[in-house]
Design a protein around this ligand. Structure first.
Ligand SMILES: [Zn+2]
Ligand SMILES: [Zn+2]
Length: 182
């Protein structure tokens, strides 16, 4: 699935939810881009890098690996979340994280539309990588947590107990998905 371009979305949100404060004329006060494939810890972030006394270099980065296969509303929600951080920082000049101004703006945005919902969880929505697997033994029903499915993995206990420690197809683990944040 091709990545949706973020800049038009940024401009639309800037007009709809930020009274066009996040642009100087048509120029965004903050750069917006997709990450490379490595950003997996968070769905997105806002950061400010100071270059000298007056020059600022701010950017919003959204995680390509976490968001690219999620519905558009997840991308919108994450972008909007980071734009609130940019607004609190650049327009209000405050350092408050998810403080009262953040919450207030978030609530206004959430109550003004129902296409997406901004939350204070940085990982909203639950990224694919947080999904884990229970590997369940069909014999003894023991559950092993797995980060990913391992093809052909069998229950060691039952292989030891019933099959002289040799891998046996009857001990093949069955996988069940679960989410840490559920
Ligand atoms: Zn945040
Ligand atoms: Zn077993």
């Amino acid at each position: 699935m091709p990545l949706i371009p973020l800049l038009p979305l940024f401009h639309a949100f800037n007009t709809q939810y930020f009274e066009e404060t996040l642009t100087d004329g048509v120029k965004p006060l903050v750069a917006v881009r997709w990450s490379d494939g490595k950003l997996r810890k968070t769905a997105g972030f806002y950061r400010r890098k100071r270059k000298g006394l007056f020059q600022r270099n701010c950017e919003i980065v959204l995680s390509q690996p976490l968001l690219q296969n999620l519905p558009r509303s997840a991308i919108e929600s994450t972008l909007c979340h980071e734009m609130i951080h940019a607004w609190v920082d650049l327009i209000l000049g405050l350092e408050e994280g998810h403080g009262p101004n953040f919450h207030q703006r978030m609530n206004v945005i959430n109550s003004s539309q129902d296409k997406f919902k901004v939350t204070i969880r940085h990982n909203f929505p639950v990224p694919n990588t947080l999904q884990k697997w229970w590997a369940i033994c069909p014999n003894c029903l023991i559950r092993y947590p797995y980060k990913r499915k391992v093809k052909g993995a069998a229950c060691r206990r039952c292989c030891d107990k019933y099959h002289d420690g040799k891998w046996n197809i009857n001990c093949l683990l069955k996988y069940e998905c679960f989410s840490e944040e559920a």
